[in-house]
Design a protein around this ligand. Structure first.
Ligand code: SAH
Length: 252
Protein backbone atom coordinates (compact mmCIF):
# COMPACT_ATOMS: atom_id res chain seq x y z
CA UNK A 1 0.00 0.00 0.00
CA UNK A 2 1.37 3.41 -0.84
CA UNK A 3 1.64 5.61 2.19
CA UNK A 4 2.20 9.28 2.49
CA UNK A 5 2.89 11.36 5.57
CA UNK A 6 1.13 14.72 5.72
CA UNK A 7 3.06 17.63 7.18
CA UNK A 8 0.26 20.01 7.99
CA UNK A 9 0.21 23.63 9.14
CA UNK A 10 -2.29 24.25 11.93
CA UNK A 11 -2.16 28.02 11.53
CA UNK A 12 -1.31 30.60 14.17
CA UNK A 13 -3.87 29.72 16.83
CA UNK A 14 -7.39 30.68 15.76
CA UNK A 15 -8.86 27.32 14.67
CA UNK A 16 -10.90 29.10 11.98
CA UNK A 17 -7.63 29.91 10.20
CA UNK A 18 -7.07 26.27 9.20
CA UNK A 19 -7.12 25.50 5.50
CA UNK A 20 -9.73 23.13 4.08
CA UNK A 21 -6.88 20.90 2.98
CA UNK A 22 -5.64 20.67 6.55
CA UNK A 23 -9.12 19.76 7.74
CA UNK A 24 -9.35 17.01 5.09
CA UNK A 25 -5.93 15.60 6.01
CA UNK A 26 -6.89 15.56 9.69
CA UNK A 27 -10.25 13.89 8.97
CA UNK A 28 -8.53 10.89 7.40
CA UNK A 29 -5.68 10.63 9.90
CA UNK A 30 -5.10 7.56 12.04
CA UNK A 31 -2.23 9.09 13.97
CA UNK A 32 -1.55 12.78 14.57
CA UNK A 33 1.79 13.94 15.97
CA UNK A 34 1.11 17.37 17.42
CA UNK A 35 3.74 20.02 17.88
CA UNK A 36 4.01 22.84 20.36
CA UNK A 37 1.76 25.84 19.82
CA UNK A 38 -1.00 23.96 18.01
CA UNK A 39 -4.38 25.00 19.40
CA UNK A 40 -5.99 21.82 20.84
CA UNK A 41 -9.31 22.91 19.30
CA UNK A 42 -7.85 22.02 15.91
CA UNK A 43 -7.92 18.37 17.02
CA UNK A 44 -11.73 18.39 16.85
CA UNK A 45 -11.20 17.59 13.16
CA UNK A 46 -9.65 14.21 13.98
CA UNK A 47 -11.77 12.83 16.83
CA UNK A 48 -10.88 9.20 16.12
CA UNK A 49 -7.16 9.58 15.54
CA UNK A 50 -4.49 8.63 18.03
CA UNK A 51 -2.99 11.92 19.24
CA UNK A 52 0.66 12.09 20.22
CA UNK A 53 1.90 15.36 21.71
CA UNK A 54 5.50 16.08 20.90
CA UNK A 55 6.02 19.51 22.43
CA UNK A 56 6.42 20.88 25.93
CA UNK A 57 3.33 23.01 25.76
CA UNK A 58 1.28 20.14 24.38
CA UNK A 59 1.52 18.27 27.67
CA UNK A 60 4.92 16.59 27.40
CA UNK A 61 7.35 17.52 30.15
CA UNK A 62 10.11 17.90 27.64
CA UNK A 63 10.10 18.27 23.87
CA UNK A 64 10.36 14.95 22.10
CA UNK A 65 13.71 14.73 20.34
CA UNK A 66 13.48 15.36 16.62
CA UNK A 67 14.94 12.02 15.56
CA UNK A 68 12.44 10.16 17.75
CA UNK A 69 9.54 12.07 16.14
CA UNK A 70 10.88 11.23 12.71
CA UNK A 71 11.21 7.56 13.60
CA UNK A 72 7.64 7.52 14.94
CA UNK A 73 6.34 8.98 11.66
CA UNK A 74 8.20 6.33 9.74
CA UNK A 75 7.04 3.51 11.98
CA UNK A 76 3.36 4.41 11.68
CA UNK A 77 3.59 5.12 7.96
CA UNK A 78 5.20 1.70 7.41
CA UNK A 79 2.25 0.14 9.22
CA UNK A 80 0.05 1.63 6.52
CA UNK A 81 -1.51 4.20 8.86
CA UNK A 82 -2.40 7.70 7.75
CA UNK A 83 0.02 9.94 9.59
CA UNK A 84 -0.35 13.68 10.04
CA UNK A 85 2.42 15.74 11.56
CA UNK A 86 0.65 18.86 12.76
CA UNK A 87 2.72 22.00 13.23
CA UNK A 88 1.94 25.51 14.41
CA UNK A 89 1.65 28.17 11.73
CA UNK A 90 3.19 27.11 8.46
CA UNK A 91 5.29 23.93 8.44
CA UNK A 92 7.94 25.50 6.21
CA UNK A 93 8.46 28.66 8.25
CA UNK A 94 10.77 27.74 11.12
CA UNK A 95 8.90 24.47 11.30
CA UNK A 96 11.46 21.93 10.12
CA UNK A 97 9.11 20.52 7.46
CA UNK A 98 11.87 20.64 4.88
CA UNK A 99 14.21 18.43 6.85
CA UNK A 100 11.40 16.06 7.90
CA UNK A 101 10.15 15.66 4.33
CA UNK A 102 13.69 15.01 3.14
CA UNK A 103 14.32 12.49 5.89
CA UNK A 104 11.10 10.66 5.02
CA UNK A 105 12.06 10.64 1.33
CA UNK A 106 15.49 9.25 2.23
CA UNK A 107 13.66 6.48 4.04
CA UNK A 108 11.35 5.70 1.14
CA UNK A 109 8.21 7.49 2.36
CA UNK A 110 6.53 10.23 0.36
CA UNK A 111 5.10 13.26 2.07
CA UNK A 112 2.86 16.16 1.29
CA UNK A 113 3.17 19.55 2.93
CA UNK A 114 0.02 21.55 3.60
CA UNK A 115 0.61 25.24 4.15
CA UNK A 116 -0.72 26.98 7.19
CA UNK A 117 -0.96 30.68 7.93
CA UNK A 118 2.28 31.61 9.59
CA UNK A 119 2.07 33.46 12.90
CA UNK A 120 4.18 36.38 11.73
CA UNK A 121 1.70 37.29 9.03
CA UNK A 122 -1.39 36.59 11.12
CA UNK A 123 -0.11 38.48 14.16
CA UNK A 124 0.42 41.64 12.16
CA UNK A 125 -2.85 41.42 10.27
CA UNK A 126 -4.78 40.68 13.42
CA UNK A 127 -3.72 43.93 14.99
CA UNK A 128 -4.23 46.06 11.94
CA UNK A 129 -0.69 46.14 10.54
CA UNK A 130 -0.19 45.55 6.85
CA UNK A 131 3.36 44.22 6.50
CA UNK A 132 3.79 45.88 3.13
CA UNK A 133 2.30 49.28 2.59
CA UNK A 134 2.58 51.23 -0.62
CA UNK A 135 5.16 53.98 -0.19
CA UNK A 136 6.23 52.72 3.26
CA UNK A 137 7.61 49.19 2.89
CA UNK A 138 7.96 47.11 -0.22
CA UNK A 139 9.53 44.05 1.34
CA UNK A 140 9.11 41.82 4.38
CA UNK A 141 11.71 39.59 5.98
CA UNK A 142 10.71 36.72 8.26
CA UNK A 143 13.64 36.00 10.51
CA UNK A 144 14.34 33.91 13.59
CA UNK A 145 16.31 35.33 16.48
CA UNK A 146 17.29 31.81 17.37
CA UNK A 147 19.75 30.50 14.79
CA UNK A 148 20.79 26.84 15.00
CA UNK A 149 24.37 27.71 15.95
CA UNK A 150 23.32 30.23 18.63
CA UNK A 151 24.39 33.25 16.58
CA UNK A 152 22.20 36.29 16.04
CA UNK A 153 21.10 37.12 12.50
CA UNK A 154 22.07 40.54 11.17
CA UNK A 155 18.77 42.21 12.07
CA UNK A 156 20.28 45.68 11.84
CA UNK A 157 21.41 45.01 8.28
CA UNK A 158 17.95 43.78 7.35
CA UNK A 159 16.16 46.69 9.00
CA UNK A 160 18.56 49.21 7.38
CA UNK A 161 17.20 48.17 4.00
CA UNK A 162 13.90 49.79 4.93
CA UNK A 163 11.62 46.79 4.62
CA UNK A 164 9.56 45.34 7.43
CA UNK A 165 11.35 42.84 9.66
CA UNK A 166 9.25 40.19 11.41
CA UNK A 167 11.11 38.33 14.16
CA UNK A 168 10.11 34.89 15.43
CA UNK A 169 11.39 33.36 18.68
CA UNK A 170 12.71 36.72 19.82
CA UNK A 171 11.41 37.06 23.35
CA UNK A 172 14.30 35.45 25.20
CA UNK A 173 16.67 37.73 23.28
CA UNK A 174 14.71 40.94 23.37
CA UNK A 175 17.52 43.03 24.89
CA UNK A 176 20.12 41.73 22.45
CA UNK A 177 17.80 42.39 19.52
CA UNK A 178 17.09 45.97 20.63
CA UNK A 179 20.76 46.60 21.34
CA UNK A 180 21.87 45.20 18.00
CA UNK A 181 19.40 47.40 16.12
CA UNK A 182 20.44 50.51 18.05
CA UNK A 183 24.13 49.73 17.55
CA UNK A 184 23.37 49.21 13.89
CA UNK A 185 22.24 52.82 13.65
CA UNK A 186 18.50 52.30 13.45
CA UNK A 187 16.63 55.36 14.67
CA UNK A 188 15.36 55.40 18.24
CA UNK A 189 11.79 56.10 17.18
CA UNK A 190 11.60 53.18 14.73
CA UNK A 191 8.12 51.75 15.39
CA UNK A 192 7.96 48.27 16.89
CA UNK A 193 4.96 46.03 17.51
CA UNK A 194 5.21 43.10 19.91
CA UNK A 195 2.27 40.76 19.54
CA UNK A 196 1.62 37.87 21.91
CA UNK A 197 -0.77 34.92 21.56
CA UNK A 198 -1.64 36.11 18.09
CA UNK A 199 -5.15 35.31 16.82
CA UNK A 200 -6.17 33.75 20.14
CA UNK A 201 -8.78 35.32 22.41
CA UNK A 202 -5.98 36.56 24.68
CA UNK A 203 -3.94 38.18 21.91
CA UNK A 204 -2.25 41.34 23.10
CA UNK A 205 -0.16 43.92 21.36
CA UNK A 206 2.43 46.38 22.56
CA UNK A 207 3.07 49.26 20.21
CA UNK A 208 6.43 50.78 21.03
CA UNK A 209 9.67 52.08 19.58
CA UNK A 210 13.20 50.81 19.37
CA UNK A 211 14.19 53.08 22.27
CA UNK A 212 11.45 51.95 24.62
CA UNK A 213 10.61 48.39 23.58
CA UNK A 214 12.40 46.63 26.43
CA UNK A 215 10.73 48.73 29.15
CA UNK A 216 7.37 48.45 27.46
CA UNK A 217 7.71 44.69 27.09
CA UNK A 218 8.59 44.38 30.76
CA UNK A 219 5.66 46.52 31.84
CA UNK A 220 3.23 44.45 29.79
CA UNK A 221 4.88 41.17 30.90
CA UNK A 222 5.46 40.11 27.31
CA UNK A 223 5.88 36.36 27.07
CA UNK A 224 6.50 33.77 24.40
CA UNK A 225 4.91 33.02 22.00
CA UNK A 226 5.18 36.45 20.50
CA UNK A 227 6.10 38.11 17.22
CA UNK A 228 8.12 41.30 16.87
CA UNK A 229 7.48 43.61 13.94
CA UNK A 230 10.02 46.35 13.16
CA UNK A 231 9.31 49.02 10.61
CA UNK A 232 7.36 52.08 9.64
CA UNK A 233 4.33 49.98 8.68
CA UNK A 234 3.70 49.68 12.43
CA UNK A 235 3.11 53.42 12.48
CA UNK A 236 0.45 52.96 9.80
CA UNK A 237 -1.65 50.69 11.99
CA UNK A 238 -5.12 50.64 10.53
CA UNK A 239 -7.64 51.83 13.07
CA UNK A 240 -10.79 49.84 13.63
CA UNK A 241 -9.22 46.46 12.95
CA UNK A 242 -7.59 45.63 16.27
CA UNK A 243 -9.07 42.59 17.99
CA UNK A 244 -6.48 42.54 20.70
CA UNK A 245 -6.30 43.95 24.15
CA UNK A 246 -3.98 46.78 23.69
CA UNK A 247 -1.03 48.30 25.49
CA UNK A 248 -0.12 51.49 23.76
CA UNK A 249 2.75 53.45 25.20
CA UNK A 250 4.05 56.90 24.42
CA UNK A 251 5.93 56.91 21.15
CA UNK A 252 8.22 59.72 22.26
N1 SAH B 1 5.95 27.44 12.08
C1 SAH B 1 5.52 28.49 12.97
C2 SAH B 1 6.70 29.11 13.71
C3 SAH B 1 7.35 28.17 14.70
S1 SAH B 1 8.64 28.95 15.58
C4 SAH B 1 4.76 29.53 12.17
O1 SAH B 1 4.75 29.49 10.95
O2 SAH B 1 4.14 30.39 12.80
C5 SAH B 1 7.82 29.43 17.06
C6 SAH B 1 7.66 30.94 17.12
O3 SAH B 1 6.54 31.33 16.33
C7 SAH B 1 7.35 31.48 18.50
O4 SAH B 1 8.51 31.65 19.27
C8 SAH B 1 6.71 32.80 18.15
O5 SAH B 1 7.69 33.76 17.79
C9 SAH B 1 5.93 32.46 16.91
N2 SAH B 1 4.52 32.13 17.19
C10 SAH B 1 3.89 30.98 16.95
N3 SAH B 1 2.58 31.07 17.27
C11 SAH B 1 2.39 32.32 17.74
C12 SAH B 1 1.26 33.05 18.23
N4 SAH B 1 0.04 32.52 18.30
N5 SAH B 1 1.46 34.33 18.60
C13 SAH B 1 2.66 34.92 18.51
N6 SAH B 1 3.75 34.28 18.07
C14 SAH B 1 3.63 33.01 17.68
Amino acid sequence: MSTKVWLVGAGPGDPDLLTLKAVKALAQADVVLVDDLVNPQVLSHCPNARIIHTGKRGGCRTSTPQDFIQRMMLLYAKQGLNVVRLKGGDPCIFGRAGEEAQWLADNGIASEIVNGITSGLAAATNCGISLTHRGVASSVTLVTAHAEDGSMPDLAGLAQQGGTVVVYMGIARLSRIAQQLRDGGLRADLPVAMIGNATLPDQYQIISTLATMEDDAKRAALKSPAILVFGDVVGKQISGTAFASEYRYAQS
